[in-house]
Design a protein around this ligand. Structure first.
Ligand SMILES: Cc1ncc(COP(=O)(O)O)c(C=O)c1O
Length: 392
């Protein structure tokens, strides 16, 4: 059989199927958001080390709702800028734009694919409402300097951990540092719920708003009796069950997704350990003359092998991986430099990309390829053997 290396393999297990079948065979079942969703949220909060989690239908929805919450909480504030990395997923940027904020971009480091903290601190001003960090491809993007400065200057930290489940800074998981954090359970990530995302926080009010924003802005979704009574008294002309407080849509997930999530969560730590061992082995074998290998592995939890070519030649690149049947995505997280995408042109006018040196390199010479728990050492040896033979 011809050699091939997919981005992901066997992410939906037989046991997941058994659990879904058990759910579906119950009589009179409710499959829309119900008990399993709440159970999954509680289990996720416990695993992450936060008080509250809200299960939604995607990581993008988690991004959008998080920035919407900031918007609601800082209603009268004149602060209208959110600092964001150039290397991130498109929904992070769109959540900022769609909530009426100005995205202020910074470059990233090659070593952790996350925000350059010097640039973040330089761009903070009176208008800065928040820093929306992305912990890209399993690497930790936090450090003490950033955390201390944000606290001192009272700037919110929102963490996008969609690509870094289980990664840590010091002894705490990423996603437990920020005011709000986001996860994605899309197919090729650390674990799946088919589609899905999570909004996490230690703040009860934020938790309650997130539940309302997930479901049409409905007051009863907050599940806070005192607050609900207050709203019923305030809006006496409305049906008690239909008080829509915020403009939003339906971002709910369902019982099947939650059932899969609950089962997948049981193997997450074990699978992450395998992936970390795989990644370290892979990096050791990779030719440092041809690829950047100085990644900061402390606390990392990678679901994919990042590859950054040491070349300025566009000649071989994609073609080499395609010929060798290695599935890839170019541009690492989210296809590379977001500033180059057509959707952003209306909002940010940057023609000179040289201030964003590292993301530019990643944009043209960065990739990721699969690192799934079933991947065996022998196969990694073969993959690296192919990769190391690339000629620029
Ligand atoms: C960093 C990051 N944020 C957000 C998302 C969006 O997640 P979803 O695909 O579940 O909408 C992704 C998706 O891959 C991502 O990588």
């Amino acid at each position: 059989m011809r050699f091939n290396h997919p981005l992901m393999y066997n992410n939906f297990t037989n046991l997941d199927l058994v659990k879904v079948k058990q759910l579906l065979s119950k009589r009179n079942i409710i499959l829309t958001q119900s008990d399993q969703v709440e159970k999954f949220e509680k289990a996720w909060s416990k695993w992450l080390g936060v008080k509250y989690s809200t299960f939604v239908n995607s990581g993008s929805s988690a991004n959008f709702i998080s920035i919407k919450i900031l918007n609601i909480l800082s209603n009268n504030s004149k602060k209208n800028e959110i600092i964001i990395p150039t290397l991130t997923w498109v929904s992070d940027v769109n959540s900022v734009i769609m909530n009426g904020y100005k995205p202020v971009f910074v470059d990233v480091n090659l070593s952790n694919l996350s925000m350059n903290v010097d640039q973040v601190l330089k761009k903070i001003n009176k208008k800065t409402l928040a820093v929306f960090i992305t912990h890209a491809q399993g690497f930790n993007g936090l450090n003490d300097r950033l955390l201390k400065e944000l606290k001192k200057r009272k700037i919110h930290l929102i963490e996008d951990v969609c690509e870094s489940h289980g990664a840590k800074y010091k002894n705490k998981k990423l996603g437990s540092y920020g005011l709000i954090s986001n996860f994605s359970f899309y197919y090729a990530h650390h674990m799946t719920t088919i589609e899905g995302g999570m909004i996490c926080t230690n703040n009860k009010k934020i938790f309650e708003i997130s539940k309302m924003l997930r479901s049409h802005g409905m007051v009863r979704e907050a599940k806070n009796n005192i607050f609900e009574k207050k709203m019923i008294n305030k809006y006496k002309d409305l049906s008690k069950k239909f008080i829509f407080l915020y403009p939003t849509l339906n971002f709910r997930n369902n019982e099947i997704g939650a059932t899969i999530g609950l089962n997948q969560l049981k193997s997450l730590n074990k699978n992450n350990k395998k992936r970390t061992i795989n990644f370290k082995f892979f990096l050791k074998k990779l030719d440092s003359k041809k690829y950047f290998i100085n990644f900061d592995l402390v606390g990392s939890s990678n679901y994919a092998f990042p590859l950054i070519l040491n070349t300025k030649s566009l000649k071989v690149r994609d073609k080499y991986l395609t010929i060798n049947n290695i599935e890839f995505r170019r541009g690492n997280a989210g296809g590379g430099n977001q500033l180059r995408q057509p959707y952003i042109k209306e909002f940010v006018k940057i023609k000179n990309f040289s201030k964003f040196k590292n993301v530019e390199r990643i944009h043209f010479f960065g990739y990721y390829i699969g690192n799934y728990p079933d991947l065996k050492k022998e196969k990694i040896v073969k993959i690296v053997h192919i990769l190391n033979k690339i000629k620029f």
